[in-house]
Design a protein around this ligand. Structure first.
Ligand code: ATP
Ligand code: MG
Ligand code: MG
Length: 351
């Protein structure tokens, strides 16, 4: 069978590798770290830096298609890889999602609602943004933020000054605070033939910037559910996207507001492992290898809970729970804020 190259070796790469193996593919990860979650299940591991062009070339030569589990692939690495082997999703989606400013501009060009936003490079930009967009707001680094890192809530002009100082000169984006009732996400897939399939939206609860739980079904009206799925499809089609994408949304009185997109399988899609015949990981493998998309319709109500840091102390009890599918990532060390695994609790089964 063919070999799938995966950039990144975290838990998403691990679960992609498992899904690939079930379909008869081999996987080869490219990951600078040694003892990483994906290295335990992938067939091959290129342990090298993303700046190592020779290693990138050998990696690309040894696989049939390349995908990734994180969006911060350096453009220089893509330049090398793309010339040798197809990379899915493509660089357009990567480019758009690597920078929150490009991302928001892309989304609003598509006619989708986003938080009001402005680029902030210095104190002058900040004052202008504050005057134009108002308070409360959030200042975020444009690049490399995840799990709420690199962002600060701004209630006063003083907060704003402090937040800018904390950026240490990094380019930032000022976002008006969206008054949402809750957060949902759509996990959507598109293949090269242009077929699009979306999973039922999940409702997400964050704690301290980190996803804690995803619940399906989400609290949405039928109209909101349709909106969510259609806007996700619009994003994938515009990017001629191939693969699975996570689209994070705020639910507001005025409708759905897009927060951000992730050009990869997404933590808020882990429930699909217990709620659908074809989960997001298999769906992604199908899309990037040119298979038809699988059936992602939902057949159960599921609550996905992330096991973060000390949550692992509850493992002995969780092991005894009925209808609880446990996924552990094989990380050697427990650290505060580190995602160690997740549990999918099936809340209602058909009678
Ligand atoms: P992820 O781990 O999902 O990639 P991230 O670090 O990229 O997270 P965001 O998703 O932009 O960060 O923000 C994290 C959370 O902060 C959001 O899920 C939401 O709860 C809150 N948040 C972000 N932007 C806004 C906003 N403009 N208005 C209100 N709340 C916001
Ligand atoms: Mg993000
Ligand atoms: Mg987010």
């Amino acid at each position: 069978g063919a070999t799938i190259g995966i950039l990144g070796g975290g838990q998403l790469g691990r679960m992609l590798s498992v899904a690939a193996a079930r379909l008869g593919f081999k996987t080869c990860i490219f990951e600078p770290g040694g003892d990483c979650p994906a290295s335990h299940v992938a067939n091959f591991h290129f342990k090298a830096e993303y700046t190592d062009e020779d290693a990138l070339r050998r990696f690309a030569d040894s696989v049939d298609v390349i995908t990734f589990e994180f969006e911060n692939i350096p453009a220089s690495a893509l330049d090398v890889l793309e010339r040798i082997t197809p990379v899915h999703p493509g660089r357009r989606a990567l480019k758009v999602s690597q920078d929150r400013l490009t991302e928001k501009a892309f989304l609003s060009d598509l006619g989708l609602a986003t938080a009001p936003f402005a680029a902030v490079d210095d104190a002058e930009d900040l004052a202008e943004a504050m005057a134009e967009i108002g308070l409360p707001a959030i200042l975020k680094t444009r690049r490399f933020g995840y799990d709420g890192k690199g962002q600060a809530r701004i209630m006063t002009a003083q907060d704003a000054e402090q937040a800018l100082a904390d950026m240490n000169g990094a380019a930032a984006i000022y976002e008006g605070f969206v008054e949402f009732s809750h957060e949902v996400s759509v996990i959507a897939a598109r293949n090269a033939a242009g077929d699009v399939a979306c999973y039922d939206p999940g409702e997400n609860v964050h704690d301290d910037g980190i996803l804690r739980t995803t619940t399906v079904p989400a609290r949405l009206t039928a109209a909101q559910r349709t909106d969510a799925v259609l806007l996700a499809a619009k994003i994938l089609n515009r990017l001629k996207y191939v693969g699975v994408m996570g689209v994070e949304l705020f639910v507001t009185a005025k409708g759905l507001v897009v927060n951000e997109i992730a050009p990869r399988v997404h933590n808020s899609g882990h429930w699909t492992q217990s709620g659908c015949a074809i989960d997001q990981f298999e769906q992604h493998i199908r899309a990037v290898t040119g298979w038809p998309l699988g059936d992602g319709s939902r057949y159960a109500d599921v609550v996905m809970e992330n096991l973060i840091g000390d949550d692992m102390n509850r493992l002995p009890q969780i092991m005894h729970e009925a209808d609880a599918a446990l996924h552990l990532y094989g990380k050697a060390e427990v650290k505060p804020g580190r995602k160690m695994g997740h549990v999918n609790r099936i809340m209602r089964k058909p009678t």
